[in-house]
Design a protein around this ligand. Structure first.
Ligand code: PLP
Length: 464
């Protein structure tokens, strides 16, 4: 089948996730064909370095034969075993035990989902169940960070605080409330670490005071906000938020769907601050995108309370056909082996430090307002004016130009709608591959800056 006919079929039949439908019909699909290591090649033979690891998920890189073999072996032996009827399979049981070992503290109970959204959804549903069966049914409000992203399930989209995921949809808005994020670059009360931490803690306290602790169930947060523009908090922020939530008697849920599995250095970002959440969600790097899988790790207190207080003999009525799919579990076990025994976690830590250094060199570019990174997770915020931090006008269409020029220059990154570049290279990258990402990125920034509509709006360049 030719690429042309694939394009026609795609236009007619595939509704792409988070796409502008009419825009996609006009633009058409870019068919991807093959990938190896940190590189992906499209159907026209154009090879790109994947600075975004797919969708911040292909942490171990593309083309690992050992993962393919693990999946094939499991498919041959037992492609499916339900978790219902108290059935199980060896890889799923071993994976649950391995995740219990890897996650911090007493997060020893693992509920499997198919991805991140339904891991968050599972957390929400089980939190409701937990409070209802332990006699605190008024604790319903869910707090999360402004600019936070937690997926797009029907209940989880409310935890997400990005306008595009709310506009035009209905969700129980009265349940969802938002807290000030650790956004130093645009924090109105100052950019020092202490001020940024204090702003979020005060906002969390104020929200709980406003709603009444007896009405608040939980606080969800990403240790580093991803889709909201890669907002890297100061060290100490996560711990301060965790301690405040405990003090206010609300559950603390760390959403490590992006930050998990070495993305920011340690296996989980919570580890860097000795934080043990009540629940943790994970997906993406768990299988490095080789198969769909997510998980919710549940701490002892919540798990025991549900086990001991659920109506006798009745189900905890939450489950999926593919909860704990054995093929995905076999893939995850091999991916986890590659992080540890295969040295990919250690490589990511070493190269992550190098990436942070090299990325910082882009700060001198006239378009760049701020570069922020933790390990192999980074954001570059672009502005028209470095001093006032004024954004470029929407009409300059910066994200569209950035993505298109980056693609032409052979580098993939995320170009967020509010002029922020997101980067998440695979953990298997070498220093030379990081250099390639940075040089192609700089060329892309130069190319975009030269476009008449961008040049006309750029105040920094005019002043220089
Ligand atoms: N939580 C976070 C922090 C995410 O970044 C994402 C996806 O990007 C999700 C949840 C949802 O995961 P999924 O897309 O696998 O449903």
């Amino acid at each position: 089948m030719t690429v042309n006919s694939l394009e026609a079929l795609d236009r007619r039949h595939w509704v792409h996730p988070v796409a502008n439908w009419a825009g996609h019909e006009k633009r058409g699909v870019t068919v991807m064909k093959s990938a190896k290591g940190a590189f992906i090649t499209d159907a026209d033979g154009h090879e790109l370095i994947d600075g975004f690891a797919g969708l911040w998920c292909v942490n171990v890189g593309y083309g690992h034969e050992s993962i393919v073999e693990a999946a094939a072996r499991q498919m041959r032996e037992l492609p499916y075993a339900t978790g219902y009827f108290s059935f199980g399979s060896e890889p799923t049981i071993r994976l649950a035990a391995k995740l219990a070992e890897l996650t911090p503290g007493d997060l020893d109970h693992i509920y499997f989902s198919l991805g991140g959204s339904d891991a968050v959804d599972s957390a929400l549903r089980l939190i409701q169940f937990y409070y209802n069966v332990t006699g605190r049914p008024t604790k319903k409000a869910i707090l999360s960070l402004e600019r936070g992203y937690h997926g797009s399930s029907s209940t989880g989209a409310g935890v997400t605080a990005l306008p595009a995921f709310h506009a035009g949809f209905d969700f129980p808005a009265h349940v969802h409330h938002y807290v000030t994020p650790p956004y130093a670059y645009r924090n109105p009360t100052g950019s020092g670490d202490a001020a940024v931490i204090a702003a979020s803690v005060a906002s969390l306290r104020a929200k709980v005071a406003e709603l009444g602790a007896e009405n608040v169930a939980a606080f969800f947060c990403e240790p580093v906000i991803g889709s909201g523009g890669v907002i890297v908090p100061p060290k100490g922020w996560l711990r301060a938020m965790r301690e405040t939530a405990a003090e206010l008697d609300i559950l603390f849920v760390a959403d490590e769907v992006i930050t998990g599995f070495g993305r920011t250095g340690p296996m989980f970002a919570c580890e860097a601050e000795g934080v043990v959440p009540d629940m943790m969600t994970m997906a993406k790097g768990l299988t490095s995108g080789y198969a769909p899988l997510g998980a919710l790790a549940i701490g002892e207190t919540v798990y025991r309370a549900i086990a001991d207080n659920a109506p006798a003999g009745g189900p905890v009525g939450h489950g999926y056909t593919y909860s704990g799919h054995p093929v995905s579990a076999a893939v995850a076990l091999e991916v986890l082996r590659l992080y540890e025994e295969g040295g990919i976690l250690a490589n990511g830590q070493r190269v992550g430090a190098y990436f942070e250094e090299r990325l910082a060199t882009l700060a001198d570019h006239p378009l760049v307002g701020e570069v922020r990174a933790r390990g192999l997770l980074a954001g570059i915020e672009l502005v028209a004016d470095k001093v006032t931090k004024e954004k470029l006008p929407r009409e300059a269409k910066l994200p569209d130009h950035l993505f298109a020029r980056g693609y032409a220059n052979g580098v993939i990154f995320r170009a967020f709608a509010d002029d922020i570049i997101g980067l998440a290279p695979p953990l298997c990258c070498s220093e030379a591959e990081i250099d390639l990402i940075i040089s192609r990125l700089r060329k892309t920034l130069d190319d975009v800056m030269a476009l008449p509509e961008v040049a006309a709006a750029l105040k920094t360049a005019k002043a220089a």
